[in-house]
Design a protein around this ligand. Sequence first.
Ligand code: MRU
Length: 348
Amino acid sequence: MIGDFPKAIRWENGELWLLDQTRLPHDVHYEKQQSAEQLYASIHALKVRGAPAIGIAAAYGLCVVLAPHTARPLPEFIAELHRQADYINSSRPTAVNLQWALQRLRQLSDNYSGDSNGLWRRLVREAEAIHAEDEALCRGIGEQALPLIREGCGVMTHCNAGALATGGIGTATAPLYLAHEQGISFRVYANETRPLLQGSRLTSWELHCAGIDVTLLTDNMAAQTMASGAIDLVIVGTDRVVANGDVANKIGTLGVAILARHYGIPFYVACPSSTIDLSTADGSLIPIEQRDSNEVRQFGEHRATLAEIKTLNPAFDVTPAGLVSGIITEKGLIEPPFASGLAALFSN
Ligand code: MRU
């Protein structure tokens, strides 16, 4: 379906290779990750990005970082495991998949009684499981959301919740890939996603490579495009869905949701269950990453204003549950009220 499209994460013979997404779409370049500091920098600089992909990269990266410590006594190895997991976890705050994946690895040390090397091999198996599961979760989301993609429809998306952001066919993009595979014809409108242009550099590129009809918009064209009648539904990904159904996603998503409500267009959020955080009550409690001013002052490498101009640069915003028409997970579509639907997802 997406053929030979480059994978965001490659795990080969105990080596972790990350596609440097800051160089896309012009340059397909993989970097081998060899230290915790390098991995931290890769996640922080968005060389690997997107909530599920960050979690997978962190899990493998922790294994890479711990490999030289397997000859140490178990208590020292476990202390190192927690120290490095804390450090990697601090690379980005908003996507809950990062802490979720690291927590799955940490838990393996609870009540473990073998040697350090045995624990390390368990960590590797768990990281591989997280990766394989994510691929299956993406497909599950695609199957659940496929009925939303009707012949001739127009779909708007924001940021990149695609193959590049996951271990599979993406979250928001999963039903698009499946619909395309089934011969359904539809149009996708990808918002460019200032300031780091995930929509233009990543989403439009990966959909175009798959042969999907995609049109790139600057973010400020979303309202007019909806007003023109071209959009039948919006599907976005998310970095964290909390207990009441509030949703954190790339900055600009909130504006798209407000516009969709104004124009009576359904607004869907697609995510695997690994992105749902029931321990956080509502969106006001989600940590929002604040990024470097120069990302706003510059357009890529090009200066767009004076160096002394003040900026704001929150990387994410929170869309209140009331603006969300449905949350699509691998287990099905959850409709409002979300609190009970989300809780039920985890009680089964
Ligand atoms: O800053 P980014 O590029 O990591 O932001 C990514 C997003 O906001 C995605 O929409 C989200 O992580 C979902 S990815 C399936």
